[in-house]
Design a protein around this ligand. Sequence first.
Ligand code: ANZ
Length: 727
Amino acid sequence: MDRYDPKTIEETWQKIWQEQETFKAPSLKTAKDNHQAKMFLAEMFPYPSGAGLHVGHVRNFTIVDVLTRFYMQQEMNVLRPFGYDTFGLPAENYAIKTGISPQSATETNINNFRRQAKRLGLAIDWSREINTSNPEYYRWTQWCFLQLYKKGLAYRKESYQWWCPEDQTVLANEQVENGRCWRCGHEVEKKKMKQWFFKITEYADELLDEVDALDWPEKIKTMQKNWIGRSKGAEIIFEIEDKKDTIKVFTTRPDTIFGVTFLVLAPEHPLIKDLVTEKTREAVERYQKETTKKSEIERQENKEKTGVFTGSYAINPATGEKIPIWVSDYVLMGYGEGAIMAVPAHDDSDYEFAEKFDLPIKTVIEKPEDLDDNGHCYHGEGKLINSGQFDGTDSYDAREQVVAWLEEQGIGKEKITYRMRDWLISRQRYWGCPIPIAYDKDGNEHPIPEDQLPVIIPEVEDYKPDHTGRSALAKAEDWLKVDIEVTDKKTGEKHIETMARETDTLDGYACSSWYLWRYVSPHDDNYAWSPDAIKYWAPTDIYVGGDHAVAHLLYIRFWCKFFADQGLLPFREPVKTLLYNGYINAPDGKKMSKSKGNVIDPLDVIDSGYGADTLRTYEMFIGPYDQDAAWDTKAIGGVYRFLNRCWSLCYNTPVAQEGTSPNSSLRNKATKKVTEDLHRRSFNTAVAALMEYVNELYKSGASHEDITTLAKLLKPFAPHLACEMLE
Ligand code: ANZ
């Protein structure tokens, strides 16, 4: 061979790896007997879309691949599996449009993804491939649900869901575009429906407290903390003039109680209907209806405040003054108590609201004299003023004193509130994991017995949700009926009752909340994860992804803690080290997207003659892995020339005699640098060091040993070429 021909080399080696199962993890027995350290690596498994792989996948997969091959070279017991996250809307929408079942479209897409992943030369243990929409897998997702259900951590309650009155269907958040249905463009509404939730809030404190100790990027840790959002404050009860009802508010600033000049309720607050008067009812109801069209995000946006007066008054317990009760969408029902005490002198939102509706503003915290904030509203600390017996107290100390004083009167107490809500998991969708629950004729819930799992998704003709908002599963009449044994509470007698299945499916994030553990025993029929295998391989040592900072990465932590509490996992954190990779953008620095026509297709790059080794090495060379980088067509040519030089050095250059050049010190230098760089995951500098090494070898002449060293160091990045050189 006198020319570097990636196509032939890559085909040859991919075939050898496949035949020899080169990357199969050692069996538990072998692994335990050889006393080598274990290393469990994984990428965030992909959603196999019809569009196939993109360059972002390649970066993500190659990081894991380089580390996998590196740790194999370091003689560790390495587990590097692969899988597909296959439930979700795209396949369902495609089915609604074309009639092609999600089952069959998914299979086609997986086959395509697998073929593409193989063409990258990934060092994957293919015997461990998993697919979340395979009944062999989702049987255990349903089992996980039942474990949470048994402990009261999966429950149903009424909640609002987007609804398109034109299409008569429930919509997911991402199907609502600017307040309109993505399909027909009709304005959407919120509809109250009974939905399933996971009680993630039960673990809020632990999820928060254990973030700091994780070997995860700081920015992800901060995002998780903010998402959980623990706030220490107080719950204060306000009496309503001429009414028995009271209003409870949550505040982080009880020290400002003397400055409360009005109350504001969220438009969904259940008390509103009792507070309105004949004069205000119509305006209030109109306002409530308007609000249902807005998402929480829109409501929190900084825009002009809106609201209506209820017509009723509350009493400020500190001053005894009568204060008006208003309704506004800047107060959210799902946070705190869904009601606030407004302190316009010291809170920005309240200030804007008071200005707009001409409500009184009363200063109760003294602003430091030298403070030049130009603003109208001082949120800092200072001495209390206009606050009766608390005048002169430092605001920070006053928080506790005011709460103690209110507590004596039975109208206040300390309270911790979290921004994080319970995890809404119901989807009125066909293409998801069926929730293993049935309802008797009185509507009572019954879990499907574990020995009747999996609840398999039935085939249907039409994938559209039905007109009551239920998923297309509701149309599978035979499937809907299920016989379940029940025990009569009074007599203790057992009998079989025919019930109706739940037609909601689980949020796809439920399926990915435990897949890392399935990898240790992917085809086990007796366990979701085998106890021996989980003990040896888990937790995951290195997990690589570039998305899902607060959703998926919080959910796997929640499930891990839950299953640890059930004695089913011997660890409380699922991922030791998290690497969060940056995105690859188009050459102009913009996000790649089909509509902009700037997408680089990795297979095009490979097939243009560069080959997978060049693509892989280029994507590791493009910049630090955790930063975004722009595709550079010239630079990939440079990487190709570099691999060509490696090849020529091996095949076309007269081999130098060992000992005739200063090779051994060069060899040691290159080995040390590349190894250290890989240990600290500085992939781009490792490639740069290899380029430098090759330049040196061209000058000094390369011996067999030099070329062997070069090939070994090159192998994690350009494995096909390196294997060929080693041969
Ligand atoms: C009075 C007050 C005075 C407040 C002041 C702040 C400053 P964090 O820290 O985010 O937890 N609040 C409470 N419930 C709310 C809801 N459902 N929707 C919107 N706002 C709500 O914020 C807690 C503060 O946010 C609470 O303290 C309350 O306003 C507001 F000088 O009460 B505060």
